[in-house]
Ligand binder design. Structure first.
Ligand code: NAD
Ligand code: UDP
Length: 323
């Protein structure tokens, strides 16, 4: 195997740290770039002593000059409370981050993958969501900074591809969970596990009938790497996620049962523009990449709960007051 120089932006985050770990284990030469807005060094601490791993503190909204063969562009706050904390910065991170990384890919002739999102489909009218669905996004709502930022980034990727021949990959990631989620990120899986472990009420927004499909992190990382190494005539976009769909109430009940605590369910207002349903159509990923998730929700939740039990949640700085 020839060793590649690989840049992972957002590499200290939840998904980024798992990706860096996998690439380091493969023997690649990995550069992790992060401004630590929503993550901490502890996520990649175990990699620091590895000779094929480097860590750079940098903000992707500013240009960087590196020599690389591949770029995984993951830098962007992903939890609603994090990306709504400073929505203008979120949009800048998606758009200016994409421009800066695409510029680097063009100069280095590097292959570049964009971590896009199921949020490009907004609150979907089509269910499950295939890649051909163009979405139902509110461009002026509180989620728009993230949804429209990611949509604009996809546009930039395809324009750099058409205009400059940049070798791109775009993956649309659906809700992913697992060890190293920030315990105070406000996302549903981390919230419910934290609350159940502390015996606090489980906060269900709305009546809990809205659905999500949860992918375990190891499966997702397999899919991202398969896409980067997939055929050049398949830039995507491709959905990556687990099509097993659950209501938020079902998720709450599973977590309480698995943690075995005394938490009761507490109902609060549904946030504006909260998608009613979400499930990926992964036909394209199956056909073109031979990829499909393997880990069932119960198994993934068990591993995630075990990790949450192993950490001291108070060591985690809440990046924003929005949890
Ligand atoms: P995360 O918040 O844990 O990771 C994001 C990382 O990017 C963090 O380490 C953060 O500090 C860093 N970052 C943010 N702004 C930056 C900037 N301006 N410059 C440099 N670094 C910056 O979130 P995650 O769940 O690991 O998400 C990673 C990527 O995957 C994001 O682009 C996200 O939009 C995408 N995604 C994730 C999910 C999911 O369910 N986890 C779903 C869809 C898309
Ligand atoms: N949610 C909830 N309680 C929480 C956190 C989230 O009921 O404590 C709901 C939220 O309203 C949404 C779903 O869980 O319907 C998933 O939310 P998350 O923030 O994890 O991600 P989203 O898929 O909405 O971006």
């Amino acid at each position: 195997m020839s060793i590649k120089r690989i840049l992972v932006t957002g590499g200290a985050g939840f998904l980024g740290s798992h990706l860096c770990e996998r690439l380091v284990d493969q023997g690649q030469d990995v550069i992790c770039l992060d401004n630590f807005f929503t993550s901490q060094k502890s996520n990649v601490e175990h990699l620091l002593a590895r000779p094929n791993f480097e860590l750079i503190r940098h903000d992707v909204t500013h240009p960087t000059w590196l020599e690389v063969d591949e770029i995984y562009n993951l830098a962007c706050p992903a939890a609603p409370g994090h990306y709504q904390y400073n929505p203008i910065k979120t949009m800048k991170t998606s758009v200016m981050g994409a421009i800066n990384m695409l510029g680097m890919a063009k100069r280095c002739r590097a292959k570049i993958l964009q971590a896009s999102t199921s949020e490009v489909y907004g609150d979907p009218d089509v269910h499950p969501q295939p890649e051909s669905y163009r979405g139902n996004v509110n461009p002026i709502g509180p989620r728009a900074c993230y949804d429209e930022g990611k949509r604009a980034a996809e546009t930039l990727f395809f324009d750099y591809h058409r205009m400059n021949g940049v070798n791109i990959r775009v993956v649309r990631i659906f809700n992913t969970y697992g060890p190293r989620m920030h315990p105070f990120d406000g996302r549903v899986v981390s919230n419910f596990i934290r609350q159940a472990l502390r015996g606090e009420p489980i906060t269900i927004f709305g009546d809990g009938s809205q659905t999500r499909s949860f992918c375990y992190v190891d499966d997702l990382i397999d899919g991202i790497i398969a896409m980067m190494n997939g055929p050049d005539d398949f830039p995507g976009p491709v959905n990556l996620g687990n099509p097993d769909e659950f209501t938020i109430r079902e998720l709450a009940e599973h977590v309480v049962e698995m943690v075995g605590g005394q938490s009761r369910l507490e109902f609060a207002d549904l946030p504006p523009d909260d998608p009613r349903q979400r499930r990926p159509d992964i036909t394209l990923a199956r056909e073109r990449l031979g990829w499909a998730p393997k880990v069932k929700l119960q198994e993934g939740l068990a591993r995630t709960i075990e990790w949450f039990r192993s950490i001291n949640m108070d060591d985690y700085r809440a990046p924003t007051p929005n949890y």
